[in-house]
Design a protein around this ligand. Structure first.
Ligand code: SF4
Length: 237
């Protein structure tokens, strides 16, 4: 029998603890920090930072995103007006550590212009109809499903499950799905989980942690894995 997603979630939470996603820069701080046990409401500035980070993290490591965000902070680009006011070349230079900086500067600008046209505040804007907001995000230049769901979940606190390569890998090894599309994996999980933004927040972060700590692409560390008892792949090794 396949393990229930909620049972997998509980095992991962027990093994790794709360992850405190999404990291944001605290008031007066210079770099984003994880907030295990303190995932309360975000300030508007932090919500915008999550949105920018969700775009900047495409095809790069989080360490590079942190560097880009720190450079934006140091340059005084801390709010929507700041992003909109930056000439393209300067914005490209500031976010250079995140890679693909020309494209990403265009994406940040497109996102910022859209947000400005929707009232300029991330919190109220993302608080609207969930399907509509997701469609809107998906219509923006450079925003795919993973980025859209990350923005909705981590900046807006909305129940929009984020799927990534780690989710697909772990889900396939557990036996939940094989060669699933983003949408197939997302609907497999959301049909079996309570619709709860806090749970979605933590589950995605735990998948990432587990994939890095044990369930690696090559040579996963199945010996001692908290999911081994319920894992089809690990159980057969
Ligand atoms: S038992 Fe192995 S394959 Fe299964 S989840 Fe754990 S590390 Fe991944």
């Amino acid at each position: 029998m396949l393990p229930a997603p909620l049972a997998v979630y509980r095992r991962l939470l027990e093994a790794y603890g709360a992850q405190g996603w999404w990291p944001v820069t605290p008031s007066g701080g210079r770099r984003p920090r994880y907030r295990p046990g303190g995932c309360g409401r975000l300030a508007e500035r932090q919500r915008l930072e999550v949105c920018l980070g969700a775009i900047l993290t495409q095809n790069t490591s989080w360490g590079n995103v942190e560097k880009a965000l720190a450079r934006l902070h140091e340059a005084g680009v801390r709010d929507l007006e700041g992003v909109l006011a930056q000439p393209a070349r300067r914005l490209q230079g500031l976010i250079r550590p995140s890679g693909y900086f020309r494209q990403k500067a265009k994406k940040l600008k497109a996102f910022a212009r859209h947000l400005a046209g929707c009232g300029g505040k991330v919190g109220p804007w993302l608080g609207g109809d969930l399907r509509q907001r997701r469609e809107e995000l998906l219509g923006l230049y450079g925003v795919g499903p993973e980025t859209a769901d990350s923005i909705l979940l981590y900046a807006g606190g909305r129940p929009s499950f984020v799927v990534d390569a780690y989710t697909l890998r772990i889900g396939a090894r557990l036996g939940w799905f094989r060669k699933a599309s983003y949408h197939q994996a997302q609907s497999y999980l959301t049909r079996r989980l309570p619709e709860d933004a806090g749970l979605y927040n933590e589950f995605h972060a735990l998948f990432v942690e587990h994939a890095k700590a044990r369930c690696r692409k090559a040579a996963p560390l199945c010996q001692g894995c908290p999911l081994r008892e319920v894992c089809r792949y690990g159980g057969a090794r």
